[in-house]
Design a protein. Sequence first.
Length: 325
Amino acid sequence: MPLERPTTSPISQFGLGLAAVGRPGYINLGRDADLPADRSVDALRAHAHRLLDAAYARGVRYLDTARSYGRAEEFLATWLDGRPDAQDVVIGSKWGYTYTADWRTDADVHEVKDHSVATFHRQLAQTRALLGTRLGLYQIHSVTPDSPALTDRALHEGLAALATEGVTIGLSTSGPAQAAAIRTALEVTVGGEPLFGSVQATYNLLEPSAGPALAEAHATGRTVIVKEAMANGRLADRHATGADTSTLREVAHEADVSCDAVALAAVAARPWADIVLSGAANVEQLTSNLTAADVHLDPDRLARLAESAEPAGAYWAHRSRLAWA
């Protein structure tokens, strides 16, 4: 099913990302307590299936994965095989990173980035082998302004060919210069037509720098997907304890909801945010995250929350120091 902007209900604005459950190691805070002690492939497959079942039951219809998320594509594929009723979900995946940790949490290198044409064709074949025609969106993973993916015409032609098969072509961005990468991508055309139909970027209360560029993308008809709206767990109740999150705690107390619900609702309130991803690692987190669909934040509270922003460079430097666990 191709990617479209959700229009049916507040919950349809929320999707589920599988970065935290497709591999034994990731950088989300508190992950040791969020996943089962057994990190075997079978245990995490069963855990991921429970999470997907819960998301579908709550009305989530966009699911996000990537080649580099360990076995996340495989876990999603086996879940789809067992859920013939789930024909209405849209599947997005990403290529450009190769998972290299060999199912270990202590690997020196967990993933290797390569945006070459050869990697695109290799990883597309791997994704197709697992997800087949269920793939609705294929994104270049973690594009920065210096990525060759923004200028490689042969790659653009290959991506455009995939688009003729009904797959939306997108990109995700990362780093302090996300806005520059997004604006460059918006200008990429093949045969006079825009190549990218969607943009996925990190945006949250601590790191809102991509906001104006995402608004521009939305205004040109692209679907905007927000990732890391929880800042890798920094905006969850148990970690939102510092001065940088004091306003978040105040607003959550006033609204009588959890910090994560406020953090996600603040992102969903942006008129350009078409899909906001939950990166929940278990059903309890997902349930709490999705209460954001019922949270209304007035302009005063949104303005107060906006004061939590950090300089983009400081945010990404902090993120780069997070440990894989």
